[in-house]
Design a protein around this ligand. Structure first.
Ligand code: FAD
Length: 396
């Protein structure tokens, strides 16, 4: 027989301690709501692997205009979000308002950047085309082969690992309980939903929040066999380090190298993050020689000095992809169960907006912000799976 161990004193039950689950826990605690977060491996998901770009403009894609508005909202909230997390945790979160330069390696790449600039301008987004020498003035270590670029003043970055640790510390400091155990299934109920844990306990609360990232479709128990249509999208990524006194880059650098896109994100102490592949391989996270080779080859084409860096780490993570590449934030249709998942390429960026929306839903029963347009109910009744993102290199 399962053991029933907690009543509604467990408050809101958040399943998943990545950037999304923890940001939600913090928002709820700030409103005085009791919160327990369940995760067998806190920060062990995509949050730890990511690059940490906060790039609503450079990440704008055709057909995703509503998502661009959500991303812009999140970027505007970031400085305050980080300041509050730093204050609550006592830890630095590594936010850098550094801007982003996108560069083109050959004439075809330059045409693609020109098309991107037209699209950004149509949406009223600010970006400035630059000639090759202007790009090198901004980033002197760029290869002389670079043809030109696009400067986006407002796209920044956060050190996602520092942020993640600060979020965990802030959650604890603000009184959230963190339980290192997996949830196996959920039992919806408007007044007292429960989750069944891998250690045999059954825990009840006021509301259950699903924040399991790429694993969100695996939790059982939602009515009609429905689960959030979220799938894992693998990304391989590298971490390199050089002389802290002479960092290679000052800004986020995105590049197109003969049609392949990638990014180089400079971090403190001479570190550089280079990513990333976009692969549909289920829950598989091996690092392949081919991906490491291609990422380094293209990074060296853009910035030859990358050859001198030490390769510290290669890793792979699972982005929580959804059928329309946008998150699922809101009621699931199952009583007492809210989803906050499917953040795909932009979960680090979208944490503040998602957290506020979920806190609104819990406390007021509704949210009026831009996240209201991303209710999971847009997928109710839809079969699993969905549109695949482009396979290859260069997604956030
Ligand atoms: C290579 C790469 C680069 C990226 N770059 C960027 C970027 O530059 N900018 C950006 O904004 N985003 C980026 N992303 C996307 C971003 O990482 C994700 O969108 C974000 O981390 C999702 O956060 P999450 O909390 O939903 O999921 P996760 O961080 O994956 O957390 C989910 C948590 O759920 C837990 N869990 C799983 N199953 C259970 C269970 N049964 N019970 C309890 N807990 C469970 C896991 O242990 C995990 O800790 C990148 C992703 C990758 C892979």
């Amino acid at each position: 027989m399962p053991m029933r161990t907690a009543g509604s004193d467990a408050g809101v039950l958040v399943v998943g301690a990545g950037v999304i689950g923890l940001a939600i826990a913090i928002s709820l605690r700030r409103q005085g709501v009791a919160v327990t977060v369940f995760d067998p491996d806190p920060l062990g998901g995509s949050t730890w692997v990511a690059a940490g770009m906060l790039a609503p403009v450079t990440e704008a894609h055709y057909g995703e205009e509503a998502l661009v508005a959500l991303n812009l909202d999140a970027a505007a909230r970031y400085p305050r979000f980080v300041a509050e997390i730093e204050e609550a945790s006592g830890c630095a979160a590594g936010y850098r308002a550094c801007g982003t330069l996108s560069v083109a390696f050959d004439p075809g790449d330059l045409e693609v950047l020109a098309g991107l600039h037209r699209f950004q301008s149509e949406l009223g987004l600010e970006s400035t085309p630059l000639g090759a020498s202007e790009c090198r003035q901004l980033e002197p270590m760029l290869s002389p082969a670079i043809r030109g670029g696009l400067w986006v003043e407002g796209d920044h970055q956060v050190d996602n690992r520092l942020l993640a640790q600060a979020l965990l510390q802030a959650s604890v400091n603000l009184g959230a309980r963190i339980e290192e155990v997996a949830a196996v299934s959920v039992s919806p109920d408007p007044g007292h939903p429960e989750i069944n844990l891998a250690d045999g306990r059954v825990v009840g609360g006021d509301t259950v929040v699903l924040a399991l990232g790429a694993w969100s479709s695996l939790l059982e128990g939602l009515p009609g066999g429905w689960s959030p249509p979220v799938r894992p999208v693998k990304g391989q990524i590298l971490r390199l380090v050089g002389d802290p006194a002479t960092p290679l880059l000052a800004h986020n650098l995105r590049g197109l190298v003969s049609g392949t896109s990638l990014y180089l994100v400079p971090r403190a102490e001479g570190r550089l993050v280079v990513g990333a592949t976009v692969e549909e391989r289920g829950f598989e996270t091996s690092v392949t020689a081919g991906a490491v080779y291609e990422l380094l080859r293209d990074a060296v084409s853009l910035v030859p000095g990358v050859k001198e860096l030490v390769l510290e780490e290669s890793s792979a993570g699972l982005r929580p992809g959804s059928p329309d590449n946008a998150p699922l934030i809101g009621p699931t249709g199952a009583p007492g169960v809210i989803a906050a998942t499917g953040h795909y390429r932009n979960g680090i960026l979208l944490a503040p907006t998602t957290a506020e929306a979920v806190a609104d839903l819990v406390v007021r029963g509704r949210t009026d912000g831009p996240a209201a347009a991303f209710s999971p109910e847009r997928f109710s009744g839809e079969p699993h799976g969905g549109r695949s993102g482009p396979a290859g290199v260069g997604g956030a």
